[in-house]
Design a protein around this ligand. Structure first.
Ligand code: GUN
Ligand code: ZN
Length: 435
């Protein structure tokens, strides 16, 4: 039997990348729009009157003035850092040692891992995020916990076991062999299991020996359809540390390249302080750079160069980097990307911000054939936004002269109160109780 839902509201979808096509051509807004969801897939989209006529049997949910779009895609997060988000006063390496590593040690306990995985899924769903790419911890239990919890919700996620065999506390170190074997097992178990995607995950160059990086490069070569996620050039001190640890490498990116960890399906978090050679290699490779703006200001890392990198046609996604990032919200993340853009000379248009948080991140994760846009055939992961969710936003919204002016106050000032509904796999997800 067909299971059809007709959602009415304003709709926003993209027919092209608004960084390289005029906004009027790239973004399509429909004032009285509709989306037909059938068996977890978007089956039709258009004007409300037309869809009502074409699908008289569908169960109608009328969202009124609210905006229906693809759900948010957070392209770089650490779900194990949920409980230490907003930890004060440190730069990257001290922040890792002081807050992050002690918390990650706790994920050897499957019950704790399951509790935080579910809490993270609740918090992100409440913020309209339907897919994310997460680092786990070194413990296979932390990976099983997240994929199992996401599978119960039929949620498309990307995740992988974080590998580290040096420069971390003993309880958070694996070995060359166990990193390879555990990653291989987890990949076999989860990659393409339902909606799951596995990412081979060396944390970053300083916490892996050359041998471990090589082993993970070898594993990726054996499984080239997996993603590979890591960190790249986030802070100046980190880059100096990498240069000291790998004196033979030309630069930070070269470390990854030497060990087989540079590729088109590579996803590199931060990528702030890139030299010209690194930028060229990343572009030639088609690798993805993930901008994490709340994290970059929170940890004091620097200003991502969105304007020049987009002009050079890099593949770029957007992310919270929870819990180095200071929010679970992709709205807050778009606001921070706008502010960092302003500080580095590029005022990003609301269409560009929204594209980054949906279709751009989907493209960075090589999932744009499945999610990230309101197009027929895509999986039905949606967010419905109230564009007047607080008194402050509402009074600005009332002055709007066009759709972008109506949306921008929610991008800049919105939070989970703006999320009217989140749909995952064709179903409205009720917020689970927070644990
Ligand atoms: N570099 C290596 N590990 C991490 C992490 O957990 N968070 C951030 N922001 N940067 C990292
Ligand atoms: Zn990170």
């Amino acid at each position: 039997m067909k299971n059809s839902a007709l959602l009415l509201g304003q709709t926003l979808r993209f027919t092209a990348d608004p960084f390289h096509q005029p906004i009027t051509q790239a973004a399509k807004h429909t004032r009285n729009g509709a989306v037909l969801v059938e068996n977890a897939v978007i089956k039709d989209i258009g004007a409300a009157d037309d869809l009502r006529r074409r699908h008289p049997q569908a169960a109608v949910t009328d969202y009124g003035d609210a905006l229906i779009t693809a759900g948010f895609i957070d392209a770089h997060v650490h779900y194990p850092q949920t409980a230490i988000i907003a930890s004060w006063g440190m730069r990257l390496v001290d922040w890792l040692n002081t807050y992050t590593f002690p918390e990650e040690i706790r994920f050897c306990d499957p019950e704790y891992a399951a509790k935080i995985a579910n809490r993270y899924l609740d918090l992100t769903a409440a913020n309209g995020t339907t897919t994310f790419a997460s680092f786990c911890t070194i413990h296979p239990t932390s990976v099983d916990a997240l994929f199992s919890a996401a599978a119960k919700r039929n949620q498309r996620i990307v995740a992988g076991k974080t590998c580290m065999d040096r420069n971390a506390p003993e309880a958070l170190r694996d070995t060359v062999q166990s990193a390879y074997d555990d990653s291989a097992d987890l990949l076999g178990k989860w990659h393409k299991n339902g909606r799951a995607v596995y990412a081979i995950t060396p944390r970053f160059a300083p916490t892996s020996s050359p041998e471990q990086l090589q082993a993970l490069g070898d594993l990726w070569q054996k499984h080239p359809d997996c993603l590979m996620q890591t960190h790249l050039s986030e802070q100046i001190e980190e880059i100096k540390w990498v240069n000291d640890l790998f004196p033979d490498a030309r630069d930070y990116l070269d470390v990854y390249e030497k060990f087989g960890l540079l590729g088109q399906r590579g996803v590199y978090g931060h990528a702030i302080h890139l030299n010209a050679r690194e930028q060229d290699r990343l572009r030639e490779t088609g690798a993805a750079l993930i901008h994490c703006p709340t994290s970059n200001s929170f940890i004091g890392s620097g200003l991502f160069q969105m304007g020049p990198l987009m002009a050079a046609r890099h593949r770029i996604g957007l992310a919270t980097d929870t819990g180095g990032g200071s929010s679970f919200s992709m709205l807050k993340t778009m606001a921070a990307a706008y502010e960092i853009g302003q500080l580095s000379g590029t005022a990003l248009h609301p269409a560009q911000l929204y594209w980054l948080a949906t279709a751009g991140s989907a493209r960075a994760l090589h999932l744009d054939d499945k999610i990230g846009n309101l197009t027929v055939g895509q999986e039905a992961d949606l967010v419905v936004l109230d564009l007047a969710s607080t008194p402050a936003i509402s009074q600005r919204h009332a002055q709007a002269e066009d759709f972008w002016q109506a949306l921008f106050p929610t991008i800049m000032m919105g939070d989970d109160r703006a999320i009217r509904a989140t749909w995952i796999d064709g179903k409205r997800v009720n917020q689970h109780s927070l644990t």
